[in-house]
Design a protein around this ligand. Sequence first.
Ligand SMILES: [Zn+2]
Length: 430
Amino acid sequence: MWKKATSITMASALLLGSAVYMNDQAEANNGKGKGTKKDQNVILLIPDGYSSSQATAYRWFKGEESVMDKHLVGMMKTHSADTEVTDSAAAGTAMATGEKTNNGMISVTPDGENLETVLEKAEANGKSTGLVATSTITHATPAVFGSHVVSRNDEDSIAPQLLENDVDVLYGGGAKYFTDDMLDQAEEMGYGFAETAEDLKNASKEDKMLGLFAEDAMATSLDREGTEQPSLAEMTSSAIDVLEENKKGFFLMVEGSQIDWAGHANDIGWSMNDTKDFEEAVKAALDFAKKDKNTTVIIAGDHETGGMSVGDQNLYDTNLEFVRGITATGDMMADMLNEDRSNVAEVVKEHTGLELTEEQIAEIQSVEEDRVAITINQFVSEEALIGWTTEAHTGVDVPVYAFGPGKDEFAGLIDNTDIAKNIEEVLKLK
Ligand SMILES: [Zn+2]
């Protein structure tokens, strides 16, 4: 049947001339989702809380250049409308809308007026759109692309807006924010559902996908094994499979959400392993872009977290090799302690290889409950010769990486608002 259709097309092409035939071929390619020069795609990957210290530390941890390294094109300013040190909501708003707002606000001006996002513009231009994160899908960074709320904490209001905005692929945690009514509504809208990595195998047959893989945040890189959750790379590949079916192109945002949480926790093992997961997602995006040729891939953190330094304690050295052996986050180790924390030396030795001193053991045993994990993390970081200056964000510039036809737009020292503005250019959004 298909052969016959092709031969008829060939015959009419011969009759009508090569120009018509070439148009037919372009149409045919469109049908298969390959797109034409006009139909550009953008994949924006955001390693939350990642700057040049994290990039350098990761290179030593990995033992060679990262997949991102060779695509470096510039640096990005990160400040928000009201402070030199942004949070993820204001940083994301700038990257999603091209306008700065105050910390805590999700794609609204400091006065509370809605700012149109690049995802909404892409939708209005007939493109498909997707959001992927390892936090709740209603967390600040994915939220800024598909919702508008005055406070990032209002995740109950963010969830319905993501559906109302018709975001075609939503993958992440946060099932608890999606009520039965909302799931019914999603089904009526034509969404396919996924709850496990296995469920993603059939996703490419669907036009739209809602994948909620955890009630709250998804597992970290270090405790995903044994769960049914997909990796960030698996979610990214699946999202591309769904979105590339639209001949008008797509916009996809992928967040490595927990690199930031590792920074807040001063947890070098978590930071490096979640960066590894993020790098796999970058690789999936680049592999697609290299084949597709009409896809621009942009990678930029929204800000730095933790004030990480590569080198610490007045020494001219680091010990990232030691970090390769870490098998648990500080939070996981804290959860493994018994009531009087008398097993702390064993737990830390088993999961990091570090032999705690008597003083260190005494300190971990004496701190408040909510300081146990970070105290372990600080001793582990000392061994790695990785310093931390804060448990919050810092205001340093972040590296920007880009690949594909639009990459030059992102070169040099740019502002976070340029991310949205340049994506609009690349996608030719009206
Ligand atoms: Zn952030």
